[in-house]
Design a protein around this ligand. Structure first.
Ligand code: FRU
Length: 489
């Protein structure tokens, strides 16, 4: 009889041909459902990305860990499924977790999710080790962090998502947990060998009146600070509507002696509805790279017929500047994106100019301070994925200092983002078959939205009043070819 892991791999081999419409430059599964990125790490010359995975359906269930590797975040190699929920301590799912290299071997720390016969949920942390970076052995001593290690004031039913790192000669991990008053905290454990763990401290707590769990915490040093990232999940149903799923960060200093995390500033990572549970990895040159699930629990997924559901965002390189977290796109254009058009653009009122002819690509608009001043009283509108009424619209209102994004799909909401215009404006749009990622002012703000209804291939720009734009540039995704010629816009 096939093991659960072999069965999953066999199912994928037999059914992956049903997926024929994956996005062009965003990661999606071979077949089935994905959510959170897990175990994101640069190891032996490539990035490994694991992910919450149910190969058998386009719905969340029975979490496995899928696995893929890449060197450029455009071309991905699917690997065999790394973990299946095949042990008593992870019987109902191998939930989110992280990876670390020790003694040259890849170690995964993940949450074993068990639902008892009485419906009682128990979550404990488990270890799996690999010699070759592909096949993983679950540790015989699993679970390695459970009721013995967790102080009694915390609840074992919401105790998950370990993110591990090494500091001096110790390993640490941060985890999401609920305290006995059902409020979310982020707690830290310490270990010398990744097997024996002890409770270290509680580093971040929600207030009594805040009814939320802080899922998928991630803590790392960056630019002289410690940065904590977490995904906020609304909790008990009686508070539904008060909080929506979103991703937040706190910048400060962690004192490893006292276990206190002194917060200096806080913010939101993504202003859009389709970004959740991100995780970071350290690149080969020390860069901190973040990748997120390009969807959210409060949002519908792909149409059933697609046979896959869920995508990952493009990677973002993080930096701390002026107590803010900046996120810059970290996608090498290389051979994958060909410069299609660039130059000055003159727009007469109401007339549309095609800015992107392909199905997917990148659009860059740079406006100096004086060009922005000239735009006041005017509205610039990008219509993306044009051939459908459900197109995504991005509008810049320079006088109001606002960018608004409206997607026919998603929730139909008009999202308004305040933008800083005192030094000009840089707007970058990454358009793929089913998604848009907007980067404002080189990473000051990011907005992510998915849209499955549109099937168009033209993106256009128009203005309410005539205007001349200094620099507008677009690159079309060209599947690895060297691309077409550049023509002036
Ligand atoms: C976040 C999350 C994690 C959990 C996983 C289960 O999206 O809820 O907290 O480990 O998804 O798939």
């Amino acid at each position: 009889m096939l093991s659960k892991l072999e069965a999953a791999n066999q199912y994928i081999r037999q059914h992956r041909h049903r997926v024929t419409n994956r996005p062009h430059f965003h990661f999606a599964a071979e077949i089935g459902w994905i959510n959170d990125p897990n175990g994101f790490i640069h190891h032996n010359g490539e990035y490994h990305l694991f992910y919450q995975y149910n190969p058998y359906s386009t719905r969340w269930s029975d979490m496995h860990w899928g696995h893929a590797t890449t060197t450029d975040f455009v071309r991905w190699n699917y690997k065999p499924v790394a973990l299946a929920n095949d042990r008593p301590y992870d019987a109902n799912g191998c939930f989110s977790g992280s990876a670390i290299e020790k003694d040259g071997k890849l170690h995964l720390l993940y949450t074993g999710h068990v639902v008892g016969e009485d419906g009682q949920v128990v979550q404990r942390q488990c270890l799996a080790v690999s010699e070759d970076g592909v096949h993983f052995e679950k540790h015989p001593g699993n679970p390695v962090i459970g009721e013995k290690e967790l102080p009694e004031r915390y609840m074992l039913c919401d105790f998950r998502d370990p993110k591990v790192w090494k500091e001096k000669d110790s390993y640490y991990c941060v985890l999401a947990v609920r305290n006995e008053r059902r409020r979310g905290e982020i707690i830290m454990f310490e270990s010398k060998d990744l097997v024996k763990w002890r409770f270290h401290s509680s580093i971040y707590q929600t207030a009594e009146e805040q009814n939320m769990l802080l899922e998928c915490p991630d803590l790392f040093h960056l630019d002289g600070k410690d940065v904590l990232i977490f995904s906020v999940m609304p909790c008990d149903p009686e508070y539904a509507g008060q909080v929506t799923h979103h991703v937040a960060y706190a910048i400060g200093t962690l004192d490893y002696g006292t276990g206190r995390f002194e917060v200096e500033s806080q913010g939101i990572l993504d202003e859009g509805p389709s970004f959740y549970a991100p995780q970071t990895a350290c690149g080969p040159n020390g860069e901190r790279i973040l990748i997120g699930w390009m969807q959210s629990w409060s949002q519908g997924g792909l149409p059933e017929a697609f046979a896959f559901n869920g995508m990952m965002s493009i990677p973002r390189r993080l930096a701390v500047e002026d107590r803010k977290l900046l996120q810059k796109p970290f996608l090498p254009f290389g051979d994958h994106f060909a410069l299609q058009a660039c130059g000055e653009v003159g727009l007469s009122s109401g007339r549309e100019q095609v800015v992107l002819e392909g199905h997917s690509g990148h659009i860059l608009l740079e406006l100096s301070k004086s060009e922005l001043d000239e735009l006041k009283g005017n509205v610039l509108a990008f219509h993306l994925q044009r051939k459908d009424d459900q197109a995504i619209t991005v509008e810049l209102d320079a006088a109001a200092e606002q960018i608004s994004v409206r997607s026919g799909y998603a929730d139909g909401r008009d999202y308004r983002l305040d933008v800083r215009v005192d030094e000009g404006l840089v707007l970058e749009l990454f358009v793929d078959l089913y998604s848009l990622e907007v980067f404002i002012n080189r990473g000051e703000k990011v907005f992510t939205v998915t849209s499955y209804a549109a099937k168009g291939s033209l993106s256009t720009v128009s203005a309410a009043q005539p205007v001349r734009l200094g620099k507008l540039e677009s690159r079309v995704f060209c599947h690895g070819g060297s691309g077409g010629s550049v023509r002036p816009l």
